[in-house]
Ligand binder design. Structure first.
Ligand SMILES: [Cu+2]
Length: 65
């Protein structure tokens, strides 16, 4: 799925987002695009779980596709 994560602004944000998703699914594939403020995520974790975890970390996201 593709996520819009508008509050990502630097490599630290990128690392936090990646770690948050990997914590939920160690096999997840996460490709962050900082310029577009999006992330392409391949995971078996529930989308709701991903969105909730990101929000807790301070990066509210929405699903684009
Ligand atoms: Cu940052």
């Amino acid at each position: 799925m593709k996520l819009a994560i508008p509050d990502m602004s630097c490599s630290h944000c990128k690392a936090t987002v990646e770690r948050t998703i990997i914590d939920l699914d160690s096999k997840a594939d996460v490709i962050v695009n900082l310029d577009a403020k999006t992330a392409e995520v391949k995971t078996t974790a529930a989308p709701e779980a991903i969105l909730t975890a990101l929000k807790v970390e301070g990066y509210p996201a929405r699903i684009l596709a």
